[in-house]
Ligand binder design. Structure first.
Ligand code: GCU
Length: 724
């Protein structure tokens, strides 16, 4: 039998030469990576531990297993380098056996410095550094299942269900070091197989398989494999089949099963990305509470524990590598390696249905041949390694829909932020209807959409960009309705279920956080919009009064909104029935207020109460005062509001001949740098309309690779041009 020994204790962590005791999982950016200082520590640190040589019998081998260390690692034993790993999200293992002495010093050097070869390098999330997942010692007999290929489990299970029947053919494969027969088993069925060059294959048939049927019935089987040496491994698997159809959307086991869910980053307030099983379980409980049936695990490979929870809870998963935002010509090998590890390590999870090739990779890069080839190679790798799943990619809203890159993955998907960063909510509807009409044979998904909300901020007149909980709720009411009218959207994922660390952000009254979450970063507060989706997706009866944090209201008549999956809701003011309304999910009551009131919503045997009070002046604490991009961004420089600046929209700037000439010249220059994509953008009226509504500063930030000094210079020039 193999021995798996936890190796998280007694590490000395060295940063800039100073050492302190830490226990793994650990990240050195748990604090500075979440406070938005933009100066979180990125560099090389060391984890050192002393270890005695384990007692080994009959040629046993010792492996070190690191389940996640970002971003690149060098493992040394007694001063001798043993292995390197580049990529912050996959498991990797190193054999220690030959280098072990009676007493040993193990050093794991970890580096999250920026570079031009390891993804991610430019993205809207903190690149935490550290050994942030569990580390184990694995001791195996001389003859053991393989531990060296891509951190893979050494067992691969491929269940194929005959559509329309429940007959499943299961292929079990193992790889081993050393020879000797393999005994494989599924339940009562068992096979003895002689390996061919270390690779053993056996077929099993389950006539009336118990299907893995998503959240309704996530039934799991277990395949085991045993060697004569006693080494044994197992893998759980699910018998299911799925289809992604351009018109019918997603089907699971032959039935329509629209994927409606959320995204998740792997971090939490206070601990960074050094999550424990408790953190994972709590996140999954919240996913089940909202009633999602799918998760986009962005933007990288998540912990095996979490994919396991997805298998157990019937969650359909979009898994992906962090090939994101900006294509790096020296990064191709790393994308292929990260994808090979993702598939090798996650192949057995029934929850995973698609492999995501990239995310918004054209946001800061032209669609050139190098980028296209990188995607073709990734796409081919996925198909070579896994004939049972499809490939996809999340595209940025600016990517024109006739881009050649969209022809590479099996199914398409877009991230859209109309109604938040730019444009109007209705543009989301228009975009998908146009795409669906133009490409009736292409499945299209909605991989990201969201609006930031700080629960502190409230408004009677919510509007785009105000960071209020009220606007986020309105935004999602529109999006949910838009999605429900388009069952052909094969998957939709709210960005994001949880607020998460984005070191470069300092907005919405918080430092270093992206607040598009339906739940706050610490998991303590479910924002009102969370309950809208819960009303839509969770079949359990529920009722929620919105605006519990909007206590002081400077209105004579205020709207009290209730989300519920009941058909009728009654509202009581100070114990007296105001009104009963029949509606679908969103119930809006107009309530006259004069003083302090207890408002109670009731439906069936459910009830929820909030307290609100009439005030004369709007509570200033409810209002997010947006720091002027320019003033905030350019420190001491004076700001002349009567003149143009980079904070003006492209349309306003272009409406002025002098300012327009300057902006067009800059865009032409940018176009030359970006090659043909800019021409396509220039000739694309829909995109021009969209971009016209974007402020110049947000376009420049989106472009990414423009020096701050040159933006300041452009701003100074624009500030000399008076607005009419
Ligand atoms: C993009 C990107 C996300 C980012 C999001 C946002 O779509 O894929 O990583 O967090 O936009 O701006 O909130």
């Amino acid at each position: 039998m193999r021995k798996i020994i936890s190796f998280n204790e007694n590490w000395t962590f060295y940063q800039k030469g100073e050492g302190r005791q830490v226990t793994l999982p650990h990240t050195w950016n748990a604090v500075d990576g979440q406070d938005g200082g933009n100066d979180y520590y990125r560099g090389e640190c060391q984890y050192v531990c002393s270890m005695e040589k384990p007692k080994l019998e009959n040629g046993e081998k010792v492996f070190l297993e690191i389940n996640g260390a970002a971003m690149s690692v060098v493992v040394s034993l007694n001063g001798k380098e043993l292995a390197r790993h580049q990529g912050g999200y996959a498991t990797f293992r190193v054999e220690l056996t030959e280098g072990l002495q009676e007493q040993n010093e193990l050093c794991i050097s970890v580096d999250n410095s920026d570079n031009d070869t390891i993804y991610p390098q430019k993205a809207d999330f903190t690149f935490y550094g550290g050994i942030y997942r569990d580390v184990n010692l694995i001791i195996v007999p001389a003859s053991h299942f393989d531990l060296s290929y891509c951190g893979a489990p050494g067992i691969k299970v491929t269940p194929v269900v005959e559509p329309g029947t429940n007959s499943a053919r299961i292929t079990v494969e193992t790889w081993q070091q050393g020879d000797g027969k393999v005994t494989m088993a599924i339940g009562e069925m068992s096979r003895e197989v002689m390996p061919d060059n270390g690779h053993a294959v056996a077929e099993f048939v389950i006539e009336n398989a118990h299907l893995w049927d998503g959240v309704n019935d996530p039934y799991l089987y277990t395949a085991t494999a045993t060697l004569e040496s006693g080494d044994e491994i197992s893998a759980r698997f699910g018998c299911r089949y799925f289809e992604i159809h351009a018109q019918k959307g997603f089907l699971l086991n032959g039935q329509s099963y629209p994927l409606r869910g959320v995204s998740r980053h792997q971090d939490c307030k206070g601990v960074g990305n050094a999550l424990t099983m408790e953190h994972h379980k709590r996140d999954m409980e919240i996913v089940r509470e909202i009633g999602a049936n799918t998760l986009r695990l962005a933007h990288y490979q998540h912990a095996q524990e979490f994919y396991d929870l997805c298998d157990e809870n019937g969650m359909i998963v979009w898994a992906e590598i962090p090939y994101i935002t900006m294509h790096m010509k020296n990064g191709r090998e790393n994308t292929l390696k990260q994808m090979e590890e993702l598939i090798a390590q996650c192949y057995n999870h029934p929850s995973i249905v698609v492999w995501g090739l990239s995310n918004e990779i054209t946001a800061a890069s032209a669609v050139n041949e190098d980028l296209l080839e990188n995607h073709r190679l990734l796409n081919d790798l996925c198909h070579r390694m896994d004939a049972t799943r499809l490939t996809t990619m999340a595209n940025v809203f600016m990517l024109e829909t006739d881009s050649p890159i969209l022809e590479i993955p099996d199914v398409n998907s877009y991230n859209l932020y109309f109604g938040w960063y730019l444009g109007e909510l209705s543009q989301n509807d228009e975009f998908f209807d146009e795409f669906h009409e133009k490409y009736p044979d292409r499945p299209i998904g909605f991989s990201e959409y969201g609006a930031d909300a700080n629960p502190k901020f409230q408004s009677a007149k919510p509007e785009k960009g105000d960071y209020t909980e009220s606007y986020q709720a309105l935004y999602h009411e529109h999006m949910l309705e838009m999605i429900e009218k388009r069952p052909w959207l094969w998957a939709t994922h709210v960005w994001n279920l949880f607020d998460f660390a984005a070191d470069g952000r300092d907005e919405g009254g918080k430092h270093g956080e992206n607040q598009k979450g339906l739940v706050t970063f610490d998991r303590q507060t479910r924002k009102d919009a969370f309950y809208l989706y819960k009303a839509a997706w969770n079949k359990e009866p529920m009722l929620h009064i919105c605006g519990s944090r909007y206590i002081e209201r400077a209105e004579d008549v205020t709207e009290v909104k209730v989300y519920s999956n009941a058909g009728e809701v009654s509202l009581y003011v100070d114990g007296k029935l105001l009104e009963s309304i029949c509606a679908h999910r969103v119930f809006c009551f107009q309530v006259p207020i004069v003083g302090e009131h207890t408002i109670e919503a009731k439906a069936a045997d459910m009830s929820e109460t909030v307290t609100i009070r009439r005030v004369e002046q709007e509570n200033p604490e409810y209002i997010f005062v947006k720091k002027q991009d320019v003033v905030n961004w350019f420190d001491q420089e004076e700001f002349h509001p009567e003149c143009f600046s980079v904070s003006d929209t492209l349309a306003d700037l272009r409406a002025n001949p002098e300012a327009g000439a300057i902006v067009n010249q800059m865009m032409e220059k940018g176009a030359a740098a970006r090659g043909d994509v800019a021409d396509a953008v220039k000739d694309n009226p829909a995109l021009q309309r969209m971009m016209g509504r974007m402020t110049l500063i947000s376009l420049l930030k989106q472009a990414g690779d423009i020096e701050e000094e040159s933006i300041k210079q452009l701003n100074r020039v624009l500030q000399k041009i008076r607005k009419e």
